[in-house]
Write a protein that binds this ligand. Structure first.
Ligand SMILES: [Fe+2]
Ligand SMILES: [Fe+2]
Length: 347
């Protein structure tokens, strides 16, 4: 396969006709034209992503500062490890999304990737805010750089880093597609045993500010997952040779490997010592998520008998489906950042 053509920067002869627009190997003008979009779902995505705007410091963490030293040793160990992994994920997303965008030739998709990049930066900053609030600088640094001492964490970060590095070296459409699938895994599987750990603390009335931060992050990640699943579906229409049975099998096995890693990590970081969660709950939930992600891409399940959300995990949805509920779980205000009325009031 020919390597992908890098998207030109200034390209006055680029194609204006939306019917000619392509996700990869197209001829883009780079003009931000909000009136002519090939992919109709982008306007909804853009509106949702803009409404999701939030500021980490608006969430009060003063109770968490008191709660943190009172957590059990297992809870604190899990809190630190999971936060450390999440910082890594959001940092590498911030750095890698522009690298993907360099080869995307549909301008409306580049717009979405720019917004996502901004949000990943905010997520990284929210973890710093959490750590700065609840612990001393020495502990904060130990948490941030825990992969230097924890070989399991380093192995996870290396696996993801290598997936992304592959596209740095190999610019084939197939390597691009694998990077897109890696994003689906990251946004749709990797964050989740971490998220549910924080929600579990929240439902036990511990570290409620942290779980609130995570809810805002989770709401953004849902839109990121939506974006990357749609990129896959559009690529399937435009580049059918990337979707031969053999290749889809490779993508499915990537998702399975991602799930296996997430299960092993969840069992290691959380284990059976945290009240409210067990290794079995973590395992069942991640298998269910793996199947759900495959289903939304039109692919066969990877785990038999795990197509329904485990009943003992139904509480996760109360926290993670932020846009499904009208008011904020803890603060009783709308979670969407609809500021237009506030602006009128100020005049
Ligand atoms: Fe993120
Ligand atoms: Fe994300």
């Amino acid at each position: 396969m020919e390597p992908l053509k890098k998207r030109p920067l200034f390209n006055p002869d680029g194609e204006i006709d939306v019917r000619e627009r392509r996700m990869i190997n197209g001829n883009t003008t780079n003009l931000n034209d909000f009136n002519n979009m090939k992919y109709k779902w982008v306007s909804d995505w853009y509106r949702q992503a803009m409404n999701n705007f939030w500021i980490p410091e608006e969430i009060n963490l003063s109770r968490d500062r008191k709660d943190y030293p009172l957590l059990s040793a297992s809870e604190r160990r899990a809190y630190d490890k999971i936060l450390s992994f999440l910082v890594f994920l959001d940092s590498i997303q911030t750095a890698n999304l522009p690298a993907i965008g360099e080869y995307v030739t549909a301008n409306e998709i580049n717009l979405c990737l720019s917004i996502q990049t901004f949000q990943e930066a905010v997520h990284s900053q929210s973890y710093s805010y959490m750590l700065d609030t609840i612990c001393e600088p020495q502990t904060r640094n130990e948490v941030l750089y825990q992969w230097k001492n924890d070989s399991k964490l380093l192995a996870r970060n290396t696996f993801i880093g290598n997936l992304y590095n592959e596209f740095q070296k190999d610019k084939s459409p197939f390597a691009f597609m694998k990077t897109v699938v890696a994003n689906v895994i990251l946004e749709g599987v990797y964050f989740y045993s971490g998220f549910m750990f924080f929600y579990n603390l929240g439902r036990n009335h511990k570290m409620t500010g942290s779980s609130q931060e995570i809810r805002y992050i989770n709401r953004d990640e849902n839109t990121h997952l939506w974006l990357f699943c749609n990129i896959v579906r559009e690529l399937e229409k435009e580049e059918p040779e990337l979707f031969t049975a053999e290749r889809v099998e490779i993508y499915r096995s990537m998702i399975k490997e991602g799930c296996e890693q997430e299960i092993a990590w969840g069992c290691y970081a959380i284990g059976d010592e945290v009240p409210g969660l067990t290794k079995e709950m973590i395992t069942d939930y991640i298998k269910y998520l793996g199947n759900l992600r495959c289903a939304s891409l039109g692919w066969e399940s990877i785990y038999e008998g795990h197509d329904r959300e485990p009943e003992n995990m139904a509480w996760v949805g109360q926290y993670s489906n932020a846009n499904m509920i009208k008011t904020d779980f803890f603060e009783a205000r709308s979670t969407a950042y609809a500021k237009s009325s506030a602006l009128i009031d100020d005049l």
